[in-house]
Design a protein around this ligand. Structure first.
Ligand code: SF4
Length: 361
């Protein structure tokens, strides 16, 4: 297959030559081995002549300003707007993908016109956003572009957020997360069988990323577990997952148990009953997780944040609207003074639930 030779193709990082003449991409644990002209599984990284290239630098699938809670991040600058965008392709093959029009895109003409890092950062700043999110598809596969955008954002005082499956190689991981201030990482299940059968990936690599984030970085991160009936919704799996999180990442990492809806290659599975999400949240609480939430369902109580010291309501949420705020200017409980894990401004943002599509100029 011929590669796009426009200026959206840039040299890729993290690859090496193999003895048999192929080159191996080391960006993610899939380690695609390519002959000249071939693309990796993510489709956007490819071998061109004798090097790896990224074919989607500067090409976006669209921009939208979202509430930061939609990423989801409940403990990072609550109430503020965040400029969100993605590109095309993905390095996982999740049969339940809820974003498959973007992640499975094979046509680069699905992508918009050139969006330079400076244009993106300036647009976010002009709209009063707190941050820019790399989302809709996994930014690991467009690492070079994400890093360039992140640098432009930081120059304008904006934060950066990655929404990712955490499926990334050792060296690429260091560079990628050095440029991120926060992340939401999908923990899609807690068995190798689940990752193998439904994502063609390995749980162990994702767990390595999570331990790296906790032990080696200052990135604020939260976890999302999409709960699929009959696949990853057993008490034993919730128990093992939440115990692992508390023991390896600590009690302050928020966990979002979110509802699945039939999509992509899993149209035969029903929606997740709200009671299942409550059951997962209850197990998380039993195992010492301080900030477990339900998502994709309307449940004010189970979407709100409570003080782990006195039990008072700290941050009330009604979908993506903040309804209560009982943190002091230092991010501590206004009632008992116990600190709440997260990154908070002295007052909450007032963006509300709005979604605002934007065009770059
Ligand atoms: S980033 Fe893409 S090309 Fe590289 S190993 Fe992963 S799927 Fe393969």
């Amino acid at each position: 297959m011929l590669l796009n030779s426009g200026n959206d193709t840039v040299p890729g990082r993290y690859w090496h030559h193999l003895d048999d003449g192929r080159i191996q991409c080391d960006v993610c644990p899939r380690f695609c081995k390519l002959k000249d002209g071939q693309r990796g599984l993510c489709f956007v990284r490819a071998r061109q002549d004798d090097q790896m290239v990224l074919t989607t630098w500067g090409r976006s699938s669209g921009f939208c300003i979202d509430p930061i809670e939609k990423k989801p991040l409940n403990h990072f600058l609550p109430g503020t707007p965040i400029l969100s965008f993605g590109t095309a392709g993905c390095n996982l093959t999740c049969k339940f993908c809820q974003n498959h029009e973007i992640s499975k895109a094979r046509q680069m003409d699905k992508l918009g016109s050139l969006a330079t890092p400076e244009m993106i950062a300036q647009t976010a700043k002009d709209h009063g956003c707190s941050a820019v999110a790399f989302t809709y598809n996994d930014p690991v596969i467009f690492l070079e572009y994400a890093v360039d955008v992140a640098q432009a954002c930081r120059e304008l005082g904006l934060r950066t957020v990655a929404v990712t499956a955490g499926y990334i190689g050792d060296k690429a991981r260091e560079e990628f997360f050095r440029h991120m201030d926060a992340a939401n990482v999908d923990l899609k299940g807690f068995t190798e069988d689940f990752y193998h059968k439904l994502c063609s990936a390995h749980l162990s690599d994702v767990l390595e990323t999570l331990k790296y984030l906790k032990q080696e970085t200052g990135v604020w991160f939260e976890l999302t577990n999409l709960v699929i009936p009959g696949e990853n919704d057993g008490d034993g799996e919730f128990d093992a997952m939440t115990n692992w999180v508390r023991e390896n990442l600590g009690p302050d990492v928020p966990m979002h148990f979110t509802a699945f809806h039939p999509d992509w290659k899993m149209m035969d599975h029903p929606r997740t009953p709200p009671e299942t999400l409550i059951r997962a949240r209850d197990i998380a609480i039993k195992n010492g997780i301080r900030y477990p939430y339900v998502g994709n369902v309307h449940d004010k109580s189970a979407s709100s944040t409570y003080c782990h010291g006195c039990g008072d309501l700290l941050i009330g949420r009604d979908w993506y609207q903040l309804s209560d705020w009982n943190l002091d200017a230092h991010g501590c409980c206004a009632n008992c003074g116990t600190g709440c894990g997260g990154v908070f401004q002295s007052t909450p943002g007032t963006w509300g639930p709005k979604r605002l599509p934007v065009k770059l100029i």
